[in-house]
Design a protein around this ligand. Sequence first.
Ligand code: HEC
Ligand code: HEC
Length: 491
Amino acid sequence: MVREFEGKIKLVIKFFPYRYRDYARIAAEAAVEAWKQGKFAQMHELLIKGSPRLDRESLIGYAKELNLDLEKFIKAIDNQEGASIIERDLKLAKDLDLYVTPAFYINGIKVLGVRDYDYFKEIILKELQNVKKSNIIFIVSVFLIIFALVNIEGFASDKEKKKLEPLPLPPIPKDNPMTQEKVELGKKLFFDRRLSGDGTTSCASCHDPEKAFTDASEISLSYPTTRNLRNAPTLLNVAYAKYLFWDGRAKTLEEQAEFPIMSAFEMNQNLEFLEEEIRVVPEYREAFKKVFGQEVNIKLIAKAIAAFERTLISKNAPIDRFLRGDKNALSEEAKKGLEIFKGKGKCIECHYGAYLSDHEFHALMVPENPKYVNEDKFITTRRYVAKINKYPDYMNVKEDLGRYFKTKKKQDYKAFKTPTLREVAKTAPYMHNGIFKSLDEVIEFFNKGGGEGNRVLKPLNLTEDEKKALKTFLVEALTGEDLQIKPPEIP
Ligand code: HEC
Ligand code: HEC
């Protein structure tokens, strides 16, 4: 039976005879063992290569590599049959032109790596809920994972909220599938200064790959002669955000991209004009034809940029290795910090899940940034933002009211989005207005119970050692390897 998930991922699902269960279990155990030892690459290998073949030699090979109890392993294998059936399944898969491995293809892009695993897990768990118990489904190679899950976690434990999770594959919207060519096109547009009215500014000006996709300013850069209102958030892992902007006024990256292009104090570009500017460049015209089969238009520009942004994902962060079972991925100090993060510090109340955010808005009453609060250009922008949000008394607004500008709901008064904490060591200064220069200042802010008049935080009474450990956790655990993103050649 061939199943399609989200129209993008194809798996071959087989009703596998129950008597081969033990066979599956052996391979699964090997994978689990690899997982426990933090040997993710090997586990992946085992699941990819070992399982569809399941021939004696390769399984033993993997067992050796993984230092498993060989005698037990070989004996177990020799007591089983089944290779022929698996070969038949493989042939079926081949005939159907499907790749039956946990490294699956999304629109022709092979997605490999540890991240797959969680995404897969999600899909499979969902799938399992639809299956009657008596009708156990096995997936040619993936059935191994099912066993791994049963053995380790059981099916139910995924329900708990408020825990940290390793990064899964990012969600990809149905109407904007990822392809290599689209990502390349989006990357060019991201770095292209044509997107700004005066040709000085690209997205990368304020989301600079060298600065973890921020501009490292308290209040972000702006269109010449104007002032921005807020701090530029990192775009690393933005694919996982449910709301965009500090006030959550956009929900998709496709929607978001038009805002800075149009914004009077960011790129100040006219969208109709931009379409023509891009259209007139032969390389772009060709690329749009190839990628979308259509002429250049602003929606497609946004789609390409969004596809590029979805590739900006933390690589191999210690927290992910740790959460997947590698207990040595964090130092003792960072582990202590993690306990404070989850316990006494109560950070996990709002910073949880894979994105380390509840995707909610809270009024922590972060003070206004004194450098800017009374500056004319800043006041201009603040009023303008209030005005275009139809805030009645926009002339007299003295503070950034956050989500309240948009919703006018009491609970949103001065509320801002809980930002991700991934890569936070690289994204100073902090908060929506960049008021804190260091993580020490942020931790002190939370330790004191937040800003004046807030109703969400209480003093924490952390000792100096506890603060230090908490910081170590933030810096050490949440920082992935640097992404090597080089500015492309702009046509
Ligand atoms: C002049 C500086 C500047 C430029 C240019 C700029 N941005 Fe931003 N970006 C910001 C600021 C400031 C914010 C936060 C604004 C807010 O929340 O109100 C932001 C927010 C974002 C967010 C939301 C992130 C989150 O976690 O909520 C995304 C996505 C984003 N920008 C993408 C882009 C793209 C794509 C471009 C180019 C089309 C771009 N930006 C151009 C300054 C800039
Ligand atoms: C009640 C929810 C809540 C709790 C609890 C909480 N945070 Fe936050 N955190 C937020 C919000 C909301 C912001 C953004 C506030 C703003 O800019 O006005 C934020 C901002 C941050 C930032 C700045 C990130 C950036 O990119 O600017 C850091 C760092 C941070 N929090 C760490 C922590 C730590 C450490 C703890 C525990 C001691 C903690 N948070 C507890 C909601 C929370």
